[in-house]
Design a binder for this molecule. Structure first.
Ligand code: PLP
Length: 636
């Protein structure tokens, strides 16, 4: 627990949670201490998230839920396109930019449609990597000028479906991931009498870095190496389909944190492009894949959760590098495709969770020692009394020893509950005091770890496994900020624990100026609900979560700015989360059958006089009623 200062300012809140760093201008704190979204960045309207929560409550939606700011989505699409177009103008580049959105990064129909709409002026297209994605993509993609890029392994059905798009006049490119696919594409296209658009994914030497680096390099499971590329060109020549080879693609991994890696990979693909041009192939596009990163921790560095460049620098690097190589090799500038997913969708959604209680290590005060207390209680109390600034580490070591001794005596049945509780209370009180004695000095690791352990655990009504799977699976950091009371200095530190019955269901790494911190500055509870926002969750999290403990997908509210509305926005759509019966159905429990099974047991209990008939029937009604409710805790 910390003592709040009177001179705490809104800027202090922004600095504490690094909002200006990771928020990219889309989030700030208003004068009343509420976290607000500014979907059009500085100068545009500002929407306190608390107001969205109030509106959502009126529409029957309770936290946890996801807020989607559709205007942020649009802003991201436009920004990426404008950055590439600006780079093209700056370098007098001769080709066009034709970006595509990789549908796997966020499949939600409303998200994909919004991106298509925002990108229509730029002929922004789609990328798909499976038959279900292609089925959706074929229907949603309408602009004949934009690309429909088909990555991923392809069977006969996939190829036929893609060729349906070609026949409908779409610019479909079937990207070959594996040599055998090419022969299949050639023979199916021949049988249909179609000239397909073909791309080849090249297995570059360049590798990305961080968590997704295996998508590139020699060990990647995708793409053709140089010898296979040459074999592919022979095959195309033999089939008289040289002109079908339209695109060269690479993807060295998501979240590329270093701009030098982008430059290196683009140089390499540009050489392949140039050499194929010299061989007489009419390749039109270089597709630089995904990888444009998001600065999750706001450090603007080349660490895994960050990036050492801006979107503009990314676009300029891609354009300028391709141009340099093309000029060296005297070949035409290709049109440029990028498949940025994360950078388009991460910012637009916020996960709203409510914290409803805490678990605290040092919630009890020490009590004076009496002569009935065990000797170990006397010993640890004496250690506590003798604590000074000079003996602080020795004191901690002695307290550790006494706590361990108490644990083993308890194990052997030689210590009662009251003495054990007393020793633990003294121990945590010593730990807290030792931590505070190091306040302005470099803290030894053991003290640091102890201070982290001392932080409270705030219980939050959500599931990491459903809503923040990358936090659990690949240690992805996401910024977390209280949504209210930011005009008050946080007077507590806590890690966040979810409601799953799994010890991994917790957040104990938070973004900070230095190394990640183990606890988040939070406020002690008062009588109002305490909401926290988890930010930058729009990429991958929506579709990859699972129903661990049968906690289902969350409800969503889709927000649009509207200056005619008194609150400056409206909820365009509420998408309900899954109810208990829906989640059960997903795992093959049929709700009516479950009800029948329980009824049989209630009837038996009535017969055996264990419950009265009316009570029994009420039990059944409640069972059926609760089944229709959300899977999360009902806090009010
Ligand atoms: N393209 C391909 C082929 C991918 O595999 C991925 C994701 O890994 C992407 C695009 C999207 O990458 P990102 O979200 O980093 O932009």
């Amino acid at each position: 627990m910390t003592t709040p200062q009177d001179n705490w300012t809104i800027q202090d809140a922004c600095d504490t949670y690094l909002i200006d760093r990771w928020g990219s201008g889309y989030f700030n704190v208003d004068d009343t201490g509420l976290l607000a979204a500014t979907p059009q960045q500085e100068g545009g309207p500002s929407i306190p998230l608390q107001n969205v929560i109030s509106e959502a409550t009126q529409r029957g939606v309770q936290a946890p839920f996801v807020i989607r700011f559709q205007d942020i989505l649009r802003h991201r699409v436009i920004s990426i396109n404008e950055c590439f177009n600006a780079a093209i103008r700056e370098y007098e580049y001769q080709g066009l930019y034709r970006g595509v959105f990789p549908i796997k990064v966020n499949h939600m129909r409303e998200v994909v449609e919004e991106i298509m709409d925002a990108g229509s002026d730029f002929h922004f297209g789609l990328e798909v990597g499976s038959k279900p994605e292609l089925i959706a993509g074929l229907a949603i993609h309408e602009d004949a000028e934009s690309l429909l890029i088909c990555n991923g392994y392809k069977d006969e059905e996939f190829i036929k479906l893609a060729l349906t798009g070609t026949q409908l006049g779409k610019k479909v490119i079937l990207v070959v991931e594996k040599l055998e696919e090419l022969a299949r594409i050639v023979s199916i296209s021949e049988s249909y009498g179609i000239h397909p658009g073909i791309g080849i994914r090249i297995r570059l030497n360049t590798k990305g870095e961080g968590k997704w680096s295996l998508s590139g390099g020699d060990d990647s499971k995708f793409g053709l190496n140089t010898a296979e590329l040459l074999e592919a060109t022979e095959l195309l020549k033999k089939a008289e389909m040289e002109d079908c080879l339209q695109l060269l693609h690479f993807h060295v991994g998501s979240q590329i944190s270093r701009i030098s890696t982008v430059g290196k990979a683009v140089r390499e693909i540009s050489r392949y492009y140039s050499k194929l041009k010299h061989l007489g192939f009419g390749v039109q596009y270089i597709d630089v894949g995904g990888g444009l990163a998001v600065d999750y921790d706001g450090s603007r560095s080349d660490t895994e959760s960050s990036m050492n460049y801006t979107i503009s620098e990314y676009a300029r690097t891609v354009v300028n590098t391709i141009q340099e190589i093309c000029e060296e090799e005297s070949v035409q500038h290709p049109d440029i495709v990028s498949e940025s997913g994360r950078a388009i969708v991460a910012h637009h959604s916020v996960l709203v969770i409510e914290s409803f209680g805490s678990v605290s290590k040092n919630r009890y005060d020490t009590t004076p020692v009496s002569k009935e207390d065990h000797k170990l209680v006397h010993d640890i109390a004496e250690v506590a009394q003798n604590l000074t600034n000079t003996n602080r580490r020795e004191t901690l070591h002695e307290a550790n020893r006494l706590k361990a001794e108490a644990a083993s005596r308890f194990d052997l049945g030689l210590l009662d509950l009251a003495d054990k509780a007393n020793i633990e209370t003294w121990y945590w009180s010593i730990a807290e005091k030792v931590g505070s004695l190091f306040q302005d000095e470099p803290t030894p690791t053991e003290v640091d770890e102890l201070s982290n352990q001392l932080g409270d655990q705030y219980l939050c009504n959500f599931s990491i496994f459903q809503s923040l799977i990358d936090y659990w699976a690949v240690d992805q950091l996401f910024p977390v900020v209280p949504l209210q009371r930011l005009d008050e200095e946080p007077d507590n530190e806590a890690s966040l624990v979810d409601i799953t019955c799994d010890s991994d269901g917790k957040i104990n790494r938070f973004v900070s100026e230095g190394p990640t911190r183990r606890t988040l500055p939070v406020h002690q509870f008062n009588n109002s609900p305490y909401y926290l926002g988890v930010f930058l969750v729009g990429a991958y999290q929506d579709v990859m979560g699972d129903i661990h403990n049968l906690f289902g997908p969350l409800p969503e509210t889709h927000i649009f700015l509207d200056e005619d509305e008194p609150c400056g926005f409206y909820i365009e759509e509420v998408i309900p989360g899954q109810t208990i019966d829906e989640v059960l159905t997903d795992v093959q429990y049929e709700p009516r059958q479950l009800t029948r099974m329980l009824k049989k047991q209630i009837d038996q209990a009535i017969k055996n006089d264990l419950v009265k008939p009316n009570k029994g029937m009420k039990m059944l009604v409640d069972y059926q009623e609760i089944m229709k409710h959300p899977t999360y805790l009902k806090l009010r």
